[in-house]
Design a protein around this ligand. Structure first.
Ligand code: ASC
Length: 153
């Protein structure tokens, strides 16, 4: 049997610190970070769109696709904790409070965004522009379906 050493205990302590780190982000910061994350993803979507409509720069499209996937894969669902249903202090949110009641639906939409983003990275690496157009459209559709359902205005 493995002996419980000081190192094991420290390891457990470090793990529990890591897992509670997100909970320590204040509601106001959660709203700020999630808006920044989606805003950054949107900027990268805009770059891909411009490439598809104008001069195509494969490196720029790959970089943008990776940035979007990084946002999608970051676990940013953790930034929708209770207490962030409404604007907090200076941080305004356009989220509908229903999002916090519809976990299964949100998980599905978030999973669709992640899957579509990962697919876009794969296709961007292939350099097949027609396929990139399709994959890009699918990512945009996942953005839209969540906005239609859970974003105010
Ligand atoms: C984008 C962006 C969104 C989505 C959405 C798709 O590029 O910023 O929020 O695509 O407009 O309909």
């Amino acid at each position: 049997m493995k002996k419980i050493t000081i190192a094991t205990i420290l390891g457990i302590a470090a793990l529990s610190l890591a897992s509670s780190a997100v909970a320590q982000v204040k509601p106001e910061e959660q709203i700020k970070f999630r808006k920044a994350a989606y805003g950054f993803a949107s900027w990268n979507m805009g770059k891909i769109k411009a490439n598809l409509e104008g001069t195509y720069d494969a490196a720029q499209v790959k970089a943008a696709a990776n940035a979007i996937a990084a946002v999608a894969n970051s676990g940013l669902g953790a930034l929708f904790s209770p207490g962030t249903e409404k604007s907090v202090g200076e941080q305004k949110t356009a989220v509908k409070p229903e999002l916090f009641q519809k976990g299964a639906e949100v998980a599905k939409l978030a999973g669709d965004f992640t899957a579509a983003s990962n697919e876009l990275v794969k296709v961007a690496d292939s350099g097949d522009v027609a396929a990139i157009k399709v994959a890009f459209g699918k990512v945009g559709a996942t953005c839209k379906s969540c906005h239609d359902e859970f974003k105010l205005h």
